[in-house]
Design a protein around this ligand. Structure first.
Ligand SMILES: Nc1ncnc2c1ncn2[C@@H]1O[C@H](COP(=O)(O)OP(=O)(O)OP(=O)(O)O)[C@@H](O)[C@H]1O
Length: 659
């Protein structure tokens, strides 16, 4: 667990670099992630020039997102907002006309009568404006979830389409976190706030247009009245960015702590190691820091608003005084002055909402930028389409001069490759065991053989075909894998075995029997239809060994697809099995290989099981250091014999009675 961040005694502005980053790095080194905070720094530096520069691109992105999610709703939202602007202008013109009639030099009843048509038009304009506003709100409210869903779908497509290697890259994982955390939800906010900006602008243009037609001198007065509003909104927006920056790292930390407290996976260890109070304490420290920043910001925000409102009141008073002078001078008639008062109020409120929306568009744009970053990163990690399908099978697999490294972080240049200059030949129909100490590269080699990874140097070929040049999906369909870290799928037992293949009861029973999963399923309350996840009603939790049998059944099911899947890879398939189940499993593997003619690649630390393999490959620090049959390797001496003797001695030392 990390050292919690020290409770803040200063606001984000007062911290060393004004961003809170230095404080975060000192307080919680392992979660201080400069990459993650990069966007928040940008936000902190954001001035209106930067916002204005980015605005066209953001608006274009928002419109294209909205367009792809629902054209009809986007067009409706924009058209109705324009109609609202037109209705505003119409209402202002009707107000002016009504005022002209009301201030004309005729008896009062005549004035009122003359003003009635304009008042009726004003009422109609307000009704139209109100209806347009409601309908525009409806279109926007319909658009938002559709945009969010489109973004979520895109993200799911990206996440499942990238090569597995992407998940070993910290930059990609970071991008996935940020994309899922806020990128998708902010896509709808981006669209919605963009429409709000347009609404505000239309309102201002309507007011300015009407004022311009009344008298040109009213336009500068309108601009003057809007200055304090501009200042207040800009200052509030900057403050909000700073708060977002100061809190972003803490929020991520709080989220992680909450996951530890509520997730089923960590529930047992949280209790065994009495981590509850520690986690709560750390959560409180981060939360109090966050609360402190928040409360300070609320106060400062209120002060800014107060200053903005006072200034706005003063300037509005000045503008009205100037209007009075113009009235006295006879520059503007009284009706125009009255309409100008209404128009200035309309423009001020439209400006406030437009500016607020501009800052929201910018803020959403930053988060949506995370989504775009992820899209770009994923594009570079998605296998090229249109490659030819993998061969149906092979006479031999050749591994030629293969060197492979996992993606490395910034400070990991000196990490040695997981595999170095590996040369191997795996003929069809043989059982090959990979042996070696922890970290020697066995699983990595298995992943290269199954087409999950591609080597940086060298080739893995099925006969003459380099696997790097074939369609990955078609290749993986021809390989059955029992993974070392197999997934406990939270679905029914049947789906856990069948996975994405067609459901076939005969095939299911054969696979279950071969893996010893038949006895597991017999004990389940609803047999194959039992949900294997305790978090849901009627869910059942298999034991570690039972899960492993189901994982093995999964591979046998895949391998029994009628096309004779040519390769079965079993990585530590019996680590959780009892002795009887282990014995039965190896018999099944041999029977499966005999029946289908598949090549079996077996990884296990239990050398008694390795002995039965046709060929044994010994790995050490990513290199193949020996290979041959059990007898050959024993004669040769070396690591294999050493490991064998350690295990044999342990058994030999125990007599038949176990003493
Ligand atoms: N996803 C990964 N990202 C980065 N490095 C990895 C990854 N998986 C494995 N490694 C590294 O590659 C090396 C070989 O690991 P590998 O899992 O292939 O060993 P192994 O022989 O299967 O070990 P074990 O017997 O413990 O299962 C190790 O140094 C390991 O730290």
């Amino acid at each position: 667990m990390s050292t919690p961040p020290a409770p803040a005694t200063t606001g984000p502005d007062e911290q060393t670099d004004g961003t809170g980053r230095q404080a975060a790095e000192e307080a919680q080194p392992e979660v201080a992630a400069p990459r993650y905070m990069a966007f928040a720094e940008e936000a902190a530096q954001a001035g209106w020039t930067r916002v204005a520069r980015r605005m066209p691109a953001l608006v274009a992105q928002a419109l294209s997102l909205g367009w792809s999610a629902s054209r009809a709703d986007l067009i409706a939202a924009l058209a109705l907002n324009l109609a609202m602007g037109a209705a505003t202008a119409w209402a202002l013109v009707a107000t002016t006309t009504a005022l002209e009639e009301l201030f004309s030099a005729v008896p009062t009843p005549d004035r009122v009568r003359a003003a009635l048509p304009s008042l009726a038009l004003l009422a109609l304009a307000l009704v139209v404006r109100g209806s347009c506003s409601v309908l525009a709100g409806r279109a926007q409210a319909r658009l938002e979830p559709q945009v969010e869903l489109a973004a979520e779908r895109r993200l799911n497509e990206l996440a499942t389409g990238v090569s597995v290697e992407a998940f070993d890259d910290s930059a990609f994982n970071d991008a996935v976190f940020r994309g899922y955390a806020r990128g998708t939800s902010e896509s709808s906010s981006l669209v919605s706030h963009t429409v709000d900006v347009l609404t505000g602008l239309v309102g201002i243009i309507a007011a300015a247009g009407v004022l311009g037609t009344l008298h040109p001198v009213l336009i500068p007065l309108l601009l003057l009245a809007m200055v304090p509003q501009w200042w207040g909104s800009a200052a509030a927006a900057r403050l909000r960015y700073r708060m977002m920056l100061a809190l972003s790292e803490g929020r991520r930390r709080k989220w992680m702590l909450q996951q530890l407290m509520v997730s089923r996976e960590s529930a047992a260890e949280v209790r065994s190691y009495t981590m509850g109070p520690h986690l709560r304490r750390e959560f409180d420290t981060v939360a109090e820091y966050e609360l402190g920043v928040h409360l300070r910001m609320v106060t400062r925000m209120s002060l800014i608003r107060m200053a903005g409102n006072s200034l706005s009141g003063l300037v509005t008073g000045l503008v009205f005084a100037a209007l009075g002078v113009l009235l006295v001078q006879g520059t503007v008639p009284i009706a125009a002055a009255g309409a100008a008062v209404v128009a200035i109020r309309v423009a001020q409120s439209a400006l406030a909402s437009a500016l607020n929306s501009v800052s929201m568009v910018y803020e959403s744009g930053l988060y949506f930028g995370d989504f775009l970053d992820l899209e770009e990163l994923a594009r570079g990690r998605t296998p090229a389409p249109g490659l030819p399908p993998a061969p149906e099978g092979f006479d031999e697999i050749r591994v030629e001069g293969v060197t492979f490294s996992y993606p490395r972080g910034e400070q990991e240049d000196d990490v040695p490759p997981a595999l170095r200059d590996v040369d191997l030949v795996l003929p069809r129909g043989v059982t090959v065991a990979l042996v070696g100490e922890n970290g020697s590269g066995k699983s990595t080699l298995a992943k290269l053989l199954s087409g999950l990874y591609t080597p940086q140097q060298g080739r893995v070929c099925w006969d003459g075909t380099d696997l790097a040049g074939v369609d990955g999906e078609s290749l993986r369909e021809r390989v059955a894998v029992i993974a070392q870290d197999h997934t406990h799928w939270p679905v029914t037992a049947r789906r856990n075995v069948v996975m994405s293949s067609p459901d076939d009861s005969g095939r299911l029973e054969r696979a279950a029997c071969a893996a010893g999963a038949d006895t597991v399923v017999r004990e389940l309350p609803r047999r194959w239809d039992t949900l294997l996840d305790k978090r849901f009603t009627a869910g059942y939790e298999p034991s570690g060994g039972q899960w492993q049998r189901l994982a093995a059944a999964r591979a046998f099911y895949r391998g029994d697809d009628g096309r004779a899947t040519p390769l079965l890879i079993a990585d530590e398939p019996t680590s959780a099995l009892d002795a009887r189940a282990e014995h039965r499993f190896f018999e099944s593997v041999h029977a499966h290989a005999g029946r289908t003619g598949a090549t079996v690649v077996l990884i296990t630390h239990r050398l008694a099981s390795v002995r039965m393999a046709d060929h044994i490959v010994v790995l050490d620090k990513g290199r193949v250091i020996a290979q041959g049959t059990h007898e050959e390797l024993m004669r040769e001496g070396g690591l294999y014999r050493e490991l064998w003797e350690i295990q044999a001695t342990a058994y030999r030392g125990i007599g038949a009675t176990g003493e």
